[in-house]
Design a protein around this ligand. Structure first.
Ligand code: ADP
Length: 413
């Protein structure tokens, strides 16, 4: 019988998962997938590590779809794992992506009732992410209270930055109460640093900008493997424009919308769900659809995204005092040669020049050999960081005997 760590990344309408087999020496990915359409039309999808589809099915079953939530999704996953692996794989632990760890939670943390209570206090800071992360924790507790659970935090990688990078220009008591530039996507940044430590150790300690460009997007300046500054701040709205989120916005705009009589809920929906690429274009939040569209507003949305990305690269270079490498990751960063090329096009003054053929291939180094700063495409693997963090935390507490010591990244290094 093999032990498995299940990694969960819970959103409002989906439960993404990865299953890792835990051997004495290493963690190996067995399957990944998601239950999407929670509360509407739930569908279970799973692929093996080579990308072959293992499952793609409607899972409404006998219960009404609106009652199919995180708990039902986790129950389905456990049953599927048992059936798929014919009882050869037994869940030994669950690792969770948790958006916010606040000031206290930096290391991967074994979850108990007191931890959940403290994490619930942070819901107000990330209302669209933290409640769903914690709903998945409660779903597991309800169904399998015997399974140890560990939380790994997106804010953790950014803790320990110089205070000057964490402040807003607000009174100090507000800073002390948590109105600070926390930063997110930390598990992705930790996974890039881990990968570089394995494949290009010299670069891992150098001055890096990692551009995490997905449907959520941010950039992080990294030196010595640690976050120096980042574009997302108090909430997951700040910095780059995203698929449906606005990016940096003058706070005066929110005051003006309030003055116009917009409610808090309307403003939240506008800023999180109807802005960014979708808001500007009116066409789509998907970069592929915008690049294919002839609508001038689709072009305007891409122009804005590219322009803001360039500005942030220059700004983060200043924060680092120079740049050794620019690294693209996440859905857009890993897959769109056009966007990478457009972002880098006017950055030659910084020494950033792409090798067009390497950029088209889109793997590893995509600048000319020997050039500094070098430019790279490195896939992020947040789930592995969570799996490693989960095993590390449980082994340290003697709760997962016989399992591998984890890699470094999940500690938020
Ligand atoms: P998240 O994990 O934040 O949901 P991803 O990192 O998976 O997002 O990125 C999803 C986005 O990546 C899609 O919305 C799409 O815009 C973009 N994307 C995926 N593949 C491509 C591609 N080949 N070209 C351009 N954009 C792509």
């Amino acid at each position: 019988m093999n032990n498995a760590v299940i990694v969960l990344n819970a959103g409002s309408s989906s439960l993404k998962f990865s299953i890792y087999q835990v051997d004495a020496e290493e963690l190996s990915l067995v399957a990944r997938g998601q239950v999407e359409g929670l509360g509407t039309s739930p569908r279970f999808k799973a692929k093996d590590r080579s990308g072959t589809t293992l499952a793609d099915a409607d899972v409404t079953g006998t219960s009404p779809p609106q009652r199919f939530g995180h708990q039902e999704a986790f129950a389905h996953l456990v049953t599927w794992t048992r059936d798929q692996y014919k009882g050869t794989m037994t869940p030994a632990a669950v690792g969770h992506r948790v958006a916010h760890g606040g000031l206290d939670f930096i290391e991967p943390t074994i979850i108990d009732g007191a931890v959940v209570e403290r994490l619930e206090k942070l819901i107000a800071l990330v209302p669209l992410h933290q409640p769903h992360n914690l709903a998945a924790v409660k779903a597991v507790t309800c169904l399998r209270a015997d399974l140890p659970q560990v939380a790994c935090f997106d804010t953790a990688f950014h803790r320990g930055r110089a205070q000057v990078t964490e402040r807003f220009g607000l009174p100090d008591d507000m800073f002390q109460r948590g109105l600070r530039r926390w930063g997110f996507h930390g598990l992705s940044y930790a996974s890039i640093v881990d990968e570089l430590k394995r494949t290009a150790p010299g670069l891992a300690m150098a001055r890096l900008i990692v551009a995490h460009l997905g449907s959520g997007a941010s950039m992080c300046a990294i030196r010595g493997g640690r976050s120096v500054d980042t574009t997302m701040s108090f909430s997951a709205l700040d910095g780059l424009p995203m698929g449906t989120r606005c990016g940096s916005l003058d706070a005066g705009v929110v005051l003006f919308l309030l003055q116009l009589g917009r409610t808090r809920e309307e403003i939240e929906t506008l800023l999180y769900k109807k802005s960014g690429l979708l808001g500007i274009s009116g066409v789509s939040n998907d970069v592929r659809a915008l690049l294919a569209s002839r609508d001038p507003l689709a072009a305007a949305a891409i122009d804005f995204f590219v322009y803001r990305a360039k500005r942030e690269i220059a700004s983060l270079t200043a924060a680092l005092g120079g740049l050794d490498a620019l690294i693209f990751t996440a859905g857009v960063g890993e897959n769109s040669a056009v966007i990478r090329s457009r972002i880098c096009k006017d950055l030659a003054w910084l020494g950033i020049v792409l090798d067009p053929a390497a950029n088209e291939r889109g793997h590893g180094c995509i600048s000319h050999a020997g050039q500094t700063p070098s430019v790279w495409v490195v896939p992020s693997d947040e789930e592995r960081v969570i799996a490693c963090g989960t095993v590390s935390a449980l082994r340290a507490a003697g709760k997962l005997p016989g399992c591998a010591e984890a890699a470094t990244g999940a500690s938020g290094a």
